[in-house]
Write a new protein. Structure first.
Length: 289
């Protein structure tokens, strides 16, 4: 088995659930406390030992490239003003990892976005991470998947248990339990009605795939919403070879929606050593008013 080094970040969607903020700014650049979502996700991947990043972007997504690029002017201003700490903070972003940018010319679906990175994957296993799903845990979510991938050599998908009334927001899996925390996936359905959902386990925006998935994506046809759905090709893969699901440990925020974004900011803000104490005081005053 080839070692797992590559990871794809699809970031070319329209972000319609977060308009008007996402009209001209990428959803992936929404900020939780003082860091954009995409930086959290890239750091998570690096912490899990994945050092070849392929970012799938589209029109209006230049801010992502700029964020990971060198910022000569800003860096020289910070340095000449003696702001060493901020200088280090800014300059290390451009050094953290090599990124290849691929363009998805039209937002034809998540499966299509992943397929756009095909040329860079070759015959290797690869990760896929959706940055608007923020997952916070001491063991990075991608590392949790990686551990199972290394034990099994198979594709592994992060899962999240959701209330039955929320299943129609997610891709939901059918599975056979192999052990307490290891499910063999047998099928998956995109946004089912609660009465049709095969379980309450939703796909949580973190994936590791064998190279076979890319071949299946190449043949994929548009599905729900007339988009090329990643879930359709995963379901096909699960019919050919084992695909595992693991319930992810950690706090998860759907930060691509206004409510999830607010919850993420409140949670991480309160936990922040610099801003937390004052934020707590302020929120307590607001709530007790
Ligand atoms: P989402 O469905 O959450 O993102 O796709 P979206 O389409 O941007 O947002 P809404 O639903 O309209 O609010 C999950 C991920 O897949 C990417 C998105 O950028 C997001 O990170 N994606 C989706 C693409 O890169 N291309 C697509 O065609 C669709």
């Amino acid at each position: 088995m080839r070692p797992l080094r590559k990871i794809i970040f699809p970031a070319a969607g329209h972000g319609t659930r977060f308009l008007p903020a996402t009209k001209a700014s990428p959803k992936e650049m929404l900020t939780i406390v003082n860091k954009p979502l995409i930086q959290y996700a890239v750091e998570e991947a690096i912490d899990a030992g994945m050092d070849q990043v392929i970012m799938v972007t589209g029109r209006g997504k230049r801010a992502i490239e700029d964020h990971f690029d060198v910022s000569f002017e800003l860096e020289s201003v910070l340095r000449s003003n003696g702001k060493q700490q901020q200088f280090e903070q800014v300059s290390q972003i451009s050094r953290m990892v090599e990124i290849i940018y691929v363009r998805q010319k039209m937002a034809l679906g998540l499966g299509h976005a992943v397929r756009c990175a095909e040329h860079w994957i070759e015959d290797e296993p690869f990760g896929v991470s959706l940055a608007d799903e923020l997952i916070i845990h001491d063991i990075p979510a991608m590392q949790q998947l990686r551990d199972v991938h290394e034990q099994t050599g198979c594709s592994v998908i992060g899962l999240l248990e959701v209330p039955r009334e929320h299943v129609s927001r997610y891709g939901i899996v059918a599975y056979k339990k192999e052990s307490e925390n290891l499910f063999r996936l047998t099928d998956m359905v995109e946004k089912p009605l609660p009465e049709r959902a095969p379980s309450r386990y939703a796909i949580a925006g973190r994936y590791i795939f064998t190279p076979r998935l890319m071949e299946l994506l190449r043949e994929a046809m548009p599905g729900a919403g007339n988009e090329i759905q990643l879930t359709d090709s995963i379901a096909r893969l699960a019919k050919e070879e084992p695909v595992y699901g693991i319930p992810l440990q950690g706090q998860r925020f759907d930060a691509g929606t206004p409510l999830g974004f607010l919850l993420a900011n409140a949670t991480l803000g309160l936990a922040d050593p610099q801003f937390g104490p004052e934020l707590r005081k302020h929120l307590e005053q607001l709530i007790c008013r």
